[in-house]
Design a protein around this ligand. Structure first.
Ligand SMILES: Cc1cc2nc3c(=O)[nH]c(=O)nc-3n(C[C@H](O)[C@H](O)[C@H](O)COP(=O)(O)O)c2cc1C
Length: 687
């Protein structure tokens, strides 16, 4: 390694001279990179904890945590923390809010604060936290009101406590959720009510972020300010209007070629460890007439990673790269374009927090792969930029759009703004303005880390153990009041445009990780299976059918399978020919598969199915058979697709059952709950 140049890298000292009015740092976040795919939590599986093991817990790889304590109280003592934030997060929202709160509490209130991943601690040790420490919970909700995977142990511990071990504790709580789901923010409610029941004292009302109204950032901001005001008024803390202080140090270093090949993987944060795999095929499997939309089928090759195995029903997490256009835009406006290949060594300034990007990387890789530079800019970032700019015109403009929640929401109705676009837009107000003095540390501090997107695997591990198939919907959305301005999904754009020409070169490899799921076929092959899908929700069912078809072909007796598949019409009915062909073999009874389609926008050419039909309508038409399988033959049902569809399908089944068995609504609900408990009712849904 060549000489290491320690740069001021546009650190605060230079800022003091060039940037006016720098205040305390605030931390930007994503408006949710949403894993629209797959979450299923079913308590029936005794190996649940293994399926959901976090990367750091696998193979004893608890890395930093292995030497560290798992006692929450001890961790607080070790760090002399005044505030301890415990976060439970699956797709990064609650996690980044926790880090942001920790840094704000440190910088604004000068209160020693640590943010802790709940997976790293034993929940029973919560009672060991000293009286002087304030406990903060930031936890997201999934599935049927369940907590994120890393908070399951905590929730199960506090909700079952029958004593009052927390009477000495003061706490606050904020939940991340989505009001389109039946159990809105239930996990945080469960935690808060259990803390209250166990004697803890709640300092401010529990905050709830609602992704349905895209207001999580604002909800958090409001809650955080309330919490800080309480600490100021009741605990005598001072809210320092500090200038922006970077939380990371950046050293520029020259790289050897070997360094540049390996550095990202070696120095990735422990929770982002992944493998690099090639895409070996990409096919368009559905098109939509008159719409700028398609679905693509991709095959990823695991053959170079013999240690990596997947099981039918698992998910694959894929980390995208940002579109080149956006990378160039941001680097251009920051004046860093010519320094793209430069190597960087990045470290956190205090040991209390974890680095969210690789410790060794290049400017290009940092911006294209490790930061979600396409995420919309939260209002807090707008206001932080207003304090950093030296242009009075730009400052006034930023302050005006970020004035309050409503004004900024109205502004966003007309613009899709990521950081690069916002900075460019501001330059258009004052062409003499320049952002080249904005520290790179600010970009790391204020842009959320890139989060992977989860896809259900559409191939069977029995049939294709070294190939992972996925189906990706490429569907741009548009800005509310500006329909011509399209917003493209980062991962779908990346996967639909990734260069497949030479799979031996690094740039055509995809960063991925297999994630265990409990969306699994019953172990007993003869159990009847009902599958209901809409759109790309068909992915895991294709894998299920492939699996049972293979087992049937080698002589196993498999139970009846009924697949309901919803699409707009025949042309976007995914894997239609393949599934029809498999269903046609029903004649020889080897694979008793029924394939039933529902077209919501049928065309003349779709034969006699010209009436607008949804999957729930088809479930109703075939309800006798569905209910017979589920009730009389102890069958299992799997629903995959939109929340609204899953709810409608559930309602139809319960309604039919109530009529058939003369059950009350309560009895039908209880039956469904029991089905869930015994792993016979699975939902894998997104809003
Ligand atoms: C598959 C899935 C299921 C979800 N289920 C719920 C739910 O039952 N209740 C709720 O309030 N929010 C639900 N959400 C919304 C998440 O809680 C929300 O996206 C949150 O911001 C995620 O936080 P995280 O990124 O920290 O995990 C669900 C989201 C997904 C993708």
């Amino acid at each position: 390694m060549d000489l290491i140049k320690t740069l001021d890298y546009r650190l605060v000292s230079s800022l003091k001279h060039s940037l006016l009015d720098a205040n305390y740092g605030e931390y930007a976040l994503l408006l949710a990179v949403i894993l629209s795919s797959s979450y299923v939590y079913n308590r029936g599986n005794p190996f649940e904890h293994l399926f959901f093991q976090q990367p750091q817990a696998v193979n004893g790889a608890r890395s930093s945590a292995s030497a560290a304590t798992r006692n929450i109280g001890e961790k607080a003592r070790e760090n002399e923390a005044k505030i301890i934030i415990l976060w439970g997060s699956q797709s990064g929202t609650a996690e980044s809010l926790a880090h942001r709160l920790a840094r704000d509490a440190q910088q604004r209130l000068r209160a020693a604060t640590i943010a802790c991943d709940l997976a790293d601690y034993d929940p029973a040790t919560l009672a060991d936290v000293a009286e002087s420490v304030i406990v903060v919970f930031i936890v997201s909700t999934y599935g049927e009101g369940d907590p994120s995977h890393n908070a399951i142990e905590l929730v199960s511990h506090v909700t079952t406590l029958r004593t009052s071990p927390f009477s000495h504790l003061r706490y606050v709580a904020f939940g991340c959720g989505n009001s389109n789901y039946r159990y809105f923010n239930k996990a945080i409610d469960d935690i808060a009510s259990s803390m209250d029941r166990c004697g803890a004292h709640c300092l401010v009302p529990t905050g709830k972020g609602d992704e349905a109204s895209r207001s999580t950032q604002e909800d958090f901001l409001e809650w955080k300010e309330g919490f800080f005001s309480h600490l100021v008024s009741e605990y005598g803390m001072q809210d320092h209007k500090a200038e922006y202080q970077p939380t990371v140090s950046i050293i520029k270093e020259e790289l050897t070629s070997t360094d540049s090949e390996n550095m990202d993987n070696k120095s990735l944060p422990r929770k982002q460890q992944s493998i690099q795999i090639p895409i070996v095929s990409r096919d368009i499997v559905a098109t939509y007439e008159g719409q700028d939309r398609s679905c693509i089928d991709l095959k990823l090759d695991l053959s170079k990673h013999s240690q990596i195995k997947y099981r039918t029903g698992d998910h694959i997490a894929i980390w995208p790269s940002n579109p080149l256009e956006e990378v160039d835009r941001l680097l251009g406006v920051l004046g860093l374009e010519s320094q793209k290949p430069d190597g960087l060594r990045i470290t956190v300034k205090d040991d209390m927090d974890e680095l969210k990007v690789p410790s060794s990387t290049t400017i290009q890789a940092l911006v294209s792969q490790h930061l979600d530079i396409c995420a919309p800019v939260p209002r807090e970032t707008v206001l932080a930029l207003a304090r950093l700019t030296s242009s009075a015109i730009v400052r006034t403009e930023l302050e005006s759009i970020g004035r309050d929640r409503e004004t900024y929401a109205r502004f966003l109705d007309h613009h899709h703004l990521n950081l690069g676009r916002l900075l460019e837009l501001m330059n258009s107000h004052d062409p003499s303005n320049s952002w080249t003095q904005l520290p790179l540390a600010f970009v790391i501090d204020f842009i959320p880390a890139m989060q992977p997107r989860l896809y259900s695997i559409a191939t069977s591990s029995t049939v294709d153990p070294r190939r992972v198939g996925i189906v990706v919907s490429v569907k741009p959305t548009s800005v509310l009041m500006n329909p011509k301005a399209l917003i493209c999904g980062v991962t779908s754009t990346y996967l639909s445009t990734a260069d497949l020409s030479d799979i031996s070169i690094e740039t055509s490899l995809v960063r991925a990780e297999i994630r265990r799921s409990s969306f699994k076929l019953p172990v007993n092959l003869s159990i009847p299976v009902i599958m209901v899908a809409a759109g790309t929700g068909i992915a895991p069912f294709r894998a299920f059918i492939q699996e049972r078809a293979r087992l049937a072909s080698i002589g196993h007796k498999v139970g009846p399978m009924t697949l309901f598949s919803g699409s707009q019409n025949r042309s976007d009915s995914l894997y239609h020919d393949e599934l029809s062909a498999l269903a046609a073999t029903n004649g020889d009874k080897t694979l008793p598969l029924k394939f039933i389609t529902a077209f919501s926008r049928p065309r003349e050419s779709d034969g006699n199915l010209t009436k607008k039909t949804y999957v729930q309508d088809q479930v109703r038409v075939h309800s006798r058979e569905v209910v017979d399988h589920l009730v009389d033959n102890d069958g299992a049902i799997y629903i995959c697709g939109a929340t609204t569809m899953a709810k409608a399908v559930g309602d139809v089944i319960l309604e039919v059952l109530m009529q058939r068995n003369s059950w009350s609504k309560e009895a039908a609900d209880k039956w469904r709950q029991n089905k869930r408990k015994t792993a016979s009712w699975h939902e894998d849904v997104w809003s």
